[in-house]
Unconditional design. Structure first.
Length: 350
């Protein structure tokens, strides 16, 4: 995920300057000065509107063109006043623009606007709450998979690390609806809460579920008792790092080769094939396809997950896929890309 570019930042800063309240006030002052100068020439010298306006503009801008008409003493005094006013306005304008750009560069507001604009363009992304040790690991996996996501954190150090890693970030409390909306929760595909507080994870999931009922929610549980609370809050999947670490240690001791093989198959390019899930959508390229037909296309079906949540392992060759089912298969990256393209069904299932 690329970092916002310098060209976009400069463009946003200029656009922000054009709509800044201070600049609008300054433009009003300049317009008022031109109007007063024009009126002065019309009253004092009896000139027409066009001649008076022309003389005022060349005096304010200090371009030094020849006077429109001969001026009497009063007109010369008025011209000197207008010229000095023009010098003040020119230096004031330069100072205003410089001050604003410096403030924008040092305050981070321009960067925040760029982030908000990039987040606003996302749809079907993931919201990652917490960028600690677990959250940063999740982020790396999402980047490897090419999955767009937004990081929410309240800790300045964590936010700076996320920015340095090139991720889109939203600063704020993930339990707050305003923060979740700023991260595009209503357009998101899923939410992953990795905060190291079980209570906060529960509140985050409750808030997110209220804003997006169709969201896929994965929550981190620090203790066994927290798992039930996360499930009640609306988590679809619950992960306990400590429980998973214990299971993995046991599996590595009992069946190390199986674990190594699965790790390689699920890794990023270490083998010529991988393990993935594919969802069968109504009328898609997989709807009605047989297990044997998928094997011809380079995909080997290991199991089929039906809508009722039951797995059918090692399905027969003549078994036809139905809409709503999910298959667990192995195959090459190219075969999976082709299947995703045919069915338009990439992405996780609840």
């Amino acid at each position: 995920m690329a970092k916002p570019g310098g060209e976009a930042g400069a463009r946003d800063a200029v656009l922000a300057l054009l709509v800044a309240p201070g600049l609008r006030t300054w433009v009003a002052i300049v317009a008022a000065a031109v109007a007063v100068g024009t009126a002065g020439y019309m009253v004092l010298e009896g000139w027409s509107l066009l001649d008076a306006l022309y003389m005022t503009v060349i005096s304010v801008t200090t371009v030094g063109f020849k006077e429109v008409r001969e001026l009497d003493a009063t007109g010369r005094i008025w011209t000197m006043i207008i010229s000095v006013t023009g010098v003040v306005l020119i230096f004031g304008t330069v100072g205003l623009v410089t001050e604003y750009l410096i403030i924008e560069a040092t305050s981070g507001r321009s960067r925040t606007r760029r982030m908000a604009k990039a987040v606003g363009a996302l749809s079907g992304h993931y919201v990652l709450c917490g960028y600690g040790r677990v959250g940063s690991t999740v982020a790396r996996e999402l980047v490897h998979e090419g999955t767009p996501f937004v990081v929410i954190d309240v800790n300045p150090t964590s936010l700076e690390r996320a920015r340095a890693d090139g991720h889109l970030v939203v600063e704020g409390d993930a339990t707050d609806d305003i923060t979740l909306r700023a991260a595009g929760i209503e357009r998101a595909r899923g939410l992953i809460s990795t905060i190291d507080s079980d209570a906060q994870n529960v509140y985050v999931i409750l808030s997110a579920r209220a804003l997006n009922r169709s969201l896929l929610v994965v929550g981190r549980a620090g203790t066994p008792s927290a798992e039930e609370k996360l499930a009640l809050a609306g988590a679809d999947r619950i992960v306990s790092p400590y429980t998973m670490a214990g299971r993995r240690l046991a599996e590595l001791a009992i069946r190390p080769r199986v674990v190594d093989f699965l790790d390689a198959a699920l890794s990023h390019g270490e083998l010529s094939f991988s393990l993935e899930e594919l969802h069968v959508t109504p009328g898609g390229g997989l709807d009605g396809e047989t297990v044997a037909g998928l094997r011809v296309r380079g995909l080997f079906v290991l199991a089929i997950l039906a809508d009722d949540g039951r797995y059918a392992a090692n399905p027969a060759d003549e078994r036809r896929l139905a809409a709503g089912e999910t298959i667990i298969a192995s195959g090459s990256a190219e075969a999976f890309r082709s299947a995703h393209g045919d069915d338009g069904s990439a992405g996780p299932r609840r």
